[in-house]
Design a protein around this ligand. Structure first.
Ligand SMILES: [Zn+2]
Length: 312
């Protein structure tokens, strides 16, 4: 991978050198001048903003705000977990080509730090965790002591959408009204989603649940639910026999007969626990981007329907 990076850098600097000579061309110089005098001209000329997003919800927000003025590339393949992801040469190329990198932050994209450092200085990194109402985490998540799963609260997602709108408008001010209009329309959808979840959760018979990994604290805080137990307390951390006993005791107390696993992880341990408890496993999805859960709103409705099956 290191070698590939050098090949890429070499190619890039050759292109750059060619570009440096171009201002000798009078027409190019005039074009450059007009581009400087008329902000956003290069966008109007059909050059879309190149955006890379780490996980599917961010890519979805970017498409909702950017419409046909941006080209969005998702870095994490659907079904992968950001906690265990290993970047590929393609990840590196996409970051190197991009103008904007959208990330969750709070340590979730630990695998992207080096790639971003190696990318061109013109790359704008938008860390959506800045200013978000973060929850402290007892479990070290990639060395950070905050819980990075804040996108699972739709009202916090609204802040993310606004941040993305500001980034797009900053780099492409000519299209700012377009981004503002699309962001507002999408925020209305997120508000409707929030209302639907709040109304549904209100009817739940049980308000506690057991999850596979600690992804649901923000969702729970927003809607008055409690995470009674987490099977895997840290990424890749196998639960001890004592911890499994505690989970089983919680399941008996709650009498819900459902253990939640997640589509990005193997359901094996959750299945064993469910069998022991005489219950079943349902697969929550905190990332989405797969069939039926292509968008954030669809993914959240999918999770809500499963929670209703377990706790409703
Ligand atoms: Zn997670």
């Amino acid at each position: 991978m290191y070698k590939l990076y050098h090949v890429f850098r070499h190619h890039y600097s050759a292109t750059l050198q060619r570009r440096m000579k171009l201002p000798q061309n009078r027409f190019f110089f005039l074009f450059l001048l007009s581009a400087l005098l008329l902000p956003g001209l290069s966008q109007a000329a059909g050059k879309n903003l190149k955006v890379v997003a780490s996980i599917a919800p961010l890519a979805d927000f970017a498409r909702e705000v950017g419409g046909d003025k941006v080209d969005v590339t998702l870095l994490l393949p659907p079904g992968a977990s950001p906690h265990t992801y290993e970047p590929t040469p393609r990840t590196m190329q996409e970051i190197a080509r991009a103008r904007i990198f959208l990330k969750i932050g709070a340590g979730l994209e630990f695998w992207a730090d080096k790639l971003v450092a190696a990318a061109a200085r013109s790359l704008l990194t938008v860390d959506c965790s800045k200013g978000a109402p973060l929850i402290r985490s007892q479990h070290s998540h990639e060395g950070e002591n905050v819980d990075p799963h804040y996108w699972l609260d739709p009202l916090t997602a609204i802040g993310m959408v606004r941040k993305i709108e500001a980034a797009f408008s900053g780099l492409d001010p000519a299209d700012a009204p377009y981004y503002r209009k699309r962001a507002s329309a999408y925020i209305a959808e997120l508000n409707a989603l929030d209302l639907q979840i709040a109304e549904t959760v209100k009817t739940f018979r049980v308000k506690e649940y057991v999850t596979f990994h600690p992804a649901w604290n923000y969702f729970s805080r927003r809607y008055g639910l409690t995470v009674a137990g987490v099977i895997e307390e840290g990424p890749g951390k196998e639960p001890t026999a004592r911890h499994i006993d505690r989970i089983l005791a919680e399941l008996r107390r709650l009498k819900i007969g459902v253990v939640f696993a997640e589509t990005q992880f193997s359901p094996k341990i959750a299945e064993a626990i469910a069998q022991e408890a005489g219950g079943r496993v349902l697969m929550l999805d905190p990332i989405g981007g797969t069939k039926g859960r292509e968008t954030y709103v669809k993914m959240m409705r999918y999770n809500l329907s499963l929670m209703r099956k377990a706790m409703g």
